[in-house]
Design a binder for this molecule. Structure first.
Ligand SMILES: [Zn+2]
Ligand SMILES: [Zn+2]
Length: 260
């Protein structure tokens, strides 16, 4: 099974022209998911040539706006695009608090955010794992507040892990154990380290300890020098590592090739 991951946002709340907020489009066969949907994601989807009307599911790591703020705009677009009537179910998965978040938005914006016609909105706060089409998605709590999940996706023989936001913790090492592709946050340079985010050396340590087969660093604040970050990570991790860039895509589940 081939996974195609398109990076819609490799940045943070401190957006730049080059880096939008967190969002990753996953195409697995006919299935089309988003991992996170920070502000600017819908615009980046259009720039990537991907159609928001076709999304099957959105999986949210946590409820910081740079990971969730375009969820209501997506629902608005699905309800109010002229000459378009969505019929297929949209699934929304996330950590505890997702339902309360959507109820609050429903109240704030009128009655359409959680409307169940003309398409069904399936909303689920993940406990530990869910089956999504051909994909088994496991969630582990990361070191970040509010409650924040990292996800591991298993689809036939392919595995992918996504950290969302986190500091160093045993759970993120377990999440990344021997995955084909690990998408790992790397927010700040080592000298600006804080508990709830990663630096290049911590990202390298996680990749090395977990046996992650291929590492994609992401969630870069503007203060991070990207080439220095890759070099710092490589000092600890001896596998292939690359920096995410908005609109780049990566395929797994076929012969390894260079990042495109
Ligand atoms: Zn973030
Ligand atoms: Zn966060």
């Amino acid at each position: 099974m081939l996974f195609k991951v398109t990076i819609l946002g490799s940045g943070t709340c401190a957006v730049t022209k080059e880096r939008s907020c967190s969002s990753y489009a996953l195409q697995i066969g006919e299935q089309f998911f988003l991992l996170d949907i920070g502000f600017g994601s819908l615009r980046r989807l259009a720039e990537a040539g991907l159609n928001y009307r076709a999304i099957d599911a959105v999986v949210i790591s946590h409820l910081h706006p740079d990971h969730v703020a375009d969820l209501v705009p997506l629902l608005m677009a699905l309800h109010f695009t002229p000459n378009f009537t969505r019929r297929k179910t949209l699934s929304l998965f996330g950590p505890p608090g997702l339902l309360a978040y959507l109820r609050g938005q429903h109240e704030l914006h009128g009655d359409w955010v959680m409307r169940q016609t003309p398409f069904t909105l399936q909303i689920e706060e993940i406990d530990s794992e869910i089956q999504l089409g051909s994909c088994l998605i496991s969630a582990l709590p990361m070191k970040h507040k509010p409650v924040s999940y990292g996800y591991r996706l298993q689809c036939n023989s392919c595995t992918l892990a996504y950290s969302g936001d986190t500091g160093y913790c045993p759970e993120v090492v377990a999440l990344f154990a021997n995955v084909d592709l690990g998408i790992l946050e790397c927010s700040f340079p080592d000298e600006l380290a804080i508990d709830e985010h990663l630096t290049p050396s911590l990202a390298g340590r996680i990749a090395q300890e977990s046996g992650c087969r291929r590492l994609l660093l992401t969630h870069f604040y503007p203060s991070l020098d990207i080439s220095a970050a890759i070099a710092g990570c490589r000092r600890i991790y001896d596998g292939p590592v690359e920096a995410a860039a908005d609109l780049m895509s990566v395929a797994i589940g076929e012969e390894p090739r260079e990042f495109a």
